[in-house]
Write a protein that binds this ligand. Sequence first.
Ligand SMILES: C[C@](O)(CO)[C@H](O)COP(=O)(O)OP(=O)(O)OC[C@H]1O[C@@H](n2ccc(N)nc2=O)[C@H](O)[C@@H]1O
Ligand SMILES: Nc1ncnc2c1ncn2[C@@H]1O[C@H](COP(=O)(O)OP(=O)(O)OP(=O)(O)O)[C@@H](O)[C@H]1O
Length: 274
Amino acid sequence: MLTFPNAKLNLGLYVTARRPDGFHTLETVFVPLPWTDALELLPAAPGQPTGIVLTGRPIPGAPETNLCLRAYALLQADFPRLPPVQLHLHKVVPIGAGLGGGSADAAFALKAANELFGLGLSTEALEGYARRLGADCAFFIQNRPVLAGGKGDEFEAIDLPLAGTACAVVYPGLHIGTAEAYARVAPRAPAHPLRAALAGPIETWRGTVANDFETALAPAYPGLAAIKAQLYAAGAAYASLSGSGSALYGLWPGRAEAPALDWPAEYLVWRGVL
Ligand SMILES: C[C@](O)(CO)[C@H](O)COP(=O)(O)OP(=O)(O)OC[C@H]1O[C@@H](n2ccc(N)nc2=O)[C@H](O)[C@@H]1O
Ligand SMILES: Nc1ncnc2c1ncn2[C@@H]1O[C@H](COP(=O)(O)OP(=O)(O)OP(=O)(O)O)[C@@H](O)[C@H]1O
């Protein structure tokens, strides 16, 4: 079975408190971003153990630690008759970008195994497995816009005026580790509750919708603010860091496509429509 795990963007992100277990509570909105990896899951050849072939963008760490294998191992612990599988992950989405790429791969591996082997797991059950793999991971099970609370894994539906909005995502080649980014944030209550702020036209979000990681990361990564300024200079109605960075995005409602800007050659840029 061939799937295309997509990335996500965060619209607003408030780190509201530090929890006793070291994680943080969030208020954020997740939206799917159609920048995708490719992930194939097939029964392994007879006599072969479970394995993964990795192509595309290099992934730090040993292949055995890949989140897709960890996802399949979780299912095998509860379904001992699941056969060995051969996974092929072609990595496209940048890593350490705040785009949730690794989490998406793991969630899509769970969904593919559920379907291929007829496990009959409900959406809630799949989200339960996903939560054990990463805070972001459960979002990718339903993969539709949500207002998220808790660790970023408790969801409420939200309607957003985004359909047809042109978008550019800019990854400046900096790998910002998620734990490192959280360690730099001072938790606080949101200045503007997110659901109400996002109910306004996109043009108003600049004054009302913020990502707490932007200020927290600014001293160590001064180049991020310059990218955001370039997106606004190019006419974006709204621009922000996604998640814990280092990718930033701009939104151009009512335009067929985002402008092609003159970014340094080492940057990765995705342009498309949400
Ligand atoms: C920054 C976001 O992308 C926003 O959507 C996510 O919160 C990150 O979620 P994720 O990559 O799935 O994170 P995990 O793999 O679960 O956790 C990585 C590390 O990030 C920190 N972490 C993560 C999520 C959270 N709510 N609080 C945290 O403090 C913890 O130090 C944790 O050890
Ligand atoms: N399939 C995968 N894709 C990406 N990273 C993976 C994968 N499996 C395991 N990893 C590990 O997870 C780390 C990336 O996690 P990190 O949280 O920084 O980035 P991300 O998952 O790409 O997106 P985000 O920054 O939004 O969480 C990598 O350094 C790598 O060691």
